[in-house]
Design a protein around this ligand. Structure first.
Ligand code: SF4
Length: 683
């Protein structure tokens, strides 16, 4: 199977074809490059401050800038802002961000190149009401929405202004929530109601977004939207472009990881025409992250444009619009349970041991791993540069144990020539599994020899299938056949390729085709020696996070140029970002905008310093009471700006402490966490 309804190709990076929508002089979609955009976080009425920030964003390469327009007074400021931008010769197109205020939208149309509306609150007011709507009620509500929205559509059409229909997972209307729940389907339905009005008026300058802070939900919603749009009649020039992003991603490494997982997975599906990375940091810091994501995707799309897809005989069939973990068999690898319902495990690949100085080599690694605070490395891997010698292996194992590294030990070797069953006494007691490469030029005999070795030595075997995605099917088949013939039961598979996500899908489908549907899958990632920290973070997040969000992967094995504690830490952050394994507090913090009522970066840092040891607790830090409570999605606790110097605290979606002074709010938040029984003292 080489195509699916939401992506052009499951095994190759092919961009979805879309119509071009012009935002002033900047085209989104069509043959245009992926556009990078951001949003100011100044008070919109502070014209000088806002223009300074727009200018700073344009200078670092931001191609489209959004500003919040919460009221008519803010809309009335726009001409002055435009005049100041013109004076400074800043021509970047502007987008007015509208929530709840259709009248501000109508006024803004004359002064911006694009309007962003949120279908959850353009007309509907979110009251968190549970109410049944029969079909007639529902139709009446939609007609009411259309009546309020149509004038904006007509105005945009008349002025040649584009529009983003931007759904947010956390701010769906009560009407949508009651009928569809806060699901990807609800998000898509919410947007399509607004599209119906636009198409009814023959207006097509539309861009869509489906943002969520939950990476899985964001990915699923965009995919579902792509499919639903393709089922409708095609607008002139192709389907509508997508603005992609993960909302309230937070700051620092976690914010980058969450963004890269969601955005990166979508780009690898070919979905996405413009990117906004939402970080709780100064907006200029969002731009290089978005650029790195765009660059990576563009490289893949260009490289894959002329390639043929992998020929896979069995369809790849997980639900792209929901999460189900791929069913796998549980294996005991040196005391570590891997697969089935076990958490996705984390392994560090230490590379080749320094045989002439083993004690120092092991002690150095132990020192680095000892720096880990909240997480632990659960398995280790070493590689041999030649034949697998029992004496050498025993020495490595002893050195690691002496340094305090008692994790199960996997050993990677190149091929059958490194394996000699007659010289393998004691292997099974020393190592948890062997990892052997299989390539396009590995023969049936090569594979049979490896499988026979694993059977004789009685050790678990991981086949590491190496090559480009289109070339992986043959080696997988040969490895699977040899394993079946040797009756191996402790078997894992991984891939070593430049396209981990596409390869993981192909591996899943091929294993099913060869009777090994339940063999656990190892996801591998190696950090390049020349990778800077930010790029390394992004690559790891996509290579591991995209398949994980699709339910593939039982163990992640990381290697490369980062310090071992950093690699391990990042792997766990990816697992948390993919919503699979919570090992620390999850912060859902908005990027801030002109509505923000406090210094979000500073407050986020303060709250983090008190609470970042609370494994699995989700804390939202939101800049304003207008959108914050709706958009904090599934947070356990919320810290929401509710007036100048005032904060309202939430437990779940319920207000717990209303309008407390800001200087008391973070301590009160800690008390609330304690009262709820979720507090633990920091170690
Ligand atoms: S929640 Fe944050 S980003 Fe969203 S509107 Fe309020 S202040 Fe702006």
């Amino acid at each position: 199977m080489t195509s699916s309804t939401y992506t052009k190709d499951l095994f190759v990076g092919r961009r979805r074809e879309t119509r071009e929508v012009m935002i002033g002089d900047v085209g989104i979609g069509g043959g245009n490059p992926l556009r990078v955009q951001s949003m100011t976080n100044t008070d919109t009425r502070d014209v000088r401050g806002s223009v300074d920030q727009i200018e700073a964003l344009a200078e670092v390469g931001c191609e489209i800038v959004r500003i919040t327009v919460p009221s008519i007074r803010d809309a009335e400021i726009l001409p002055e802002m435009r005049a100041e931008l013109a004076k400074r010769n800043v021509g970047v197109p502007l987008v007015a961000d509208i929530h709840f205020t259709p009248n501000a939208a109508m006024l803004s149309v004359d002064h911006v190149e694009k309007i962003r509306i949120n279908p959850g609150n353009y007309v509907d007011k979110k009251k968190f009401e549970v109410r049944e709507f029969n079909d007639a009620d529902y139709a009446r509500e939609i007609e009411k929405v259309a009546g309020r929205f149509r004038p904006l559509v007509l105005r945009c059409r008349e002025r040649g202004v584009a529009m983003r229909i931007g759904t947010n997972h956390g701010s769906l209307s009560d009407r949508i929530m009651n009928r569809f729940g806060d699901t990807p389907l609800g998000m898509v339905e919410s947007a399509l109601e607004f599209l119906d009005v636009c198409e009814g008026e023959n207006y097509h300058d539309i861009v869509f977004s489906m943002k969520a802070s939950n990476t899985q939900v964001a990915i699923q919603a965009y995919r579902l939207l792509a499919q639903r749009l393709d089922e409708r009649s095609m607008p002139p020039g192709g389907s509508y472009p997508f603005h992609i992003g993960v909302t309230e991603a937070g700051d620092g490494e976690d914010g980058r990881i969450k963004s890269a997982i969601g955005i990166g997975a979508l780009l690898e599906d070919g979905l996405g025409d413009t990117i906004r990375v939402s970080l709780t940091e100064h907006p200029v810091r969002e731009v290089p992250v978005a650029e790195a994501l765009a660059k990576r995707a563009f490289k893949i799309w260009v490289a894959d444009a002329g390639t043929t897809s992998a020929a896979c005989i069995t369809p790849y069939t997980p639900d792209p619009f929901g999460y189900t973990r791929r069913a796998s068999k549980m294996l005991n690898l040196g005391g570590l349970s891997v697969g089935a319902r076990e958490p996705v495990r984390v392994e560090l690949d230490l590379g080749a041991p320094q045989m002439n100085d083993l004690d120092d080599w092991a002690a150095g690694h132990a020192k680095s791993i000892a720096k880990l605070r909240d997480v632990e490395c659960e398995s280790l891997q070493v590689s041999t540069a030649g034949a697998l010698e029992p004496e050498a292996l025993e020495a490595v194992s002893k050195a690691l144990t002496a340094a305090g590294l008692n994790q199960p030990l996997a050993v990677a070797c190149r091929d059958r020539t490194d394996l000699d069953a007659d010289n393998s006494a004691g292997f099974a007691a020393l190592i948890s599994r062997i990892v052997v490469d299989v390539r396009n030029d590995s023969t049936d005999d090569d594979c049979a020899a490896v499988a026979k070795f694993a059977e004789q030595v009685d050790v678990a075997l991981e086949w590491r299938v190496c090559g480009e995605v289109a070339d992986l099917s043959g080696p997988i088949r040969r490895a699977a056949t040899a394993s079946r013939e040797a009756r191996l039961t402790r078997l894992l598979f991984s891939t070593k390729t430049s396209r981990q996500n596409h390869a993981a899908r192909l591996l899943t489908a091929e294993l099913a085709a060869h009777g090994l549907a339940q063999a656990p899958i190892v996801l591998r990632h190696s950090i390049g020696v020349d990778a800077d920290r930010e790029r390394a973070t992004i690559d790891m997040a996509i290579d591991l996070g995209a398949p994980l969000c699709e339910g593939i992967g039982d163990l992640v094995s990381v290697s490369g140029s980062l310090a071992l504690d950093q690699s391990t830490d990042q792997a766990y952050r990816v697992l948390q970002g993919a919503r699979l394994r919570a090992t620390r507090t999850e912060f859902i913090s908005c990027p801030s905008c002109g509505r923000t009522l406090f210094d979000l970066e500073e407050v986020t840092a303060r709250i983090k310093s008190k609470t970042d040891h609370l494994k699995g607790v989700k804390i939202a830090i939101m800049g304003c009471i207008v959108n914050g409570p709706g958009e904090m999605a599934d947070a356990d606790f919320g810290y929401v700006g509710s007036g100048v110097g005032r904060v309202t605290l939430y437990v779940g979606k319920e207000v717990s402490v209303r309008s407390i002074a800001e200087d008391q709010a973070s301590d009160r938040l800690v008390e609330l966490i304690k009262d709820s029984g979720r507090w633990v003292e920091p170690a």
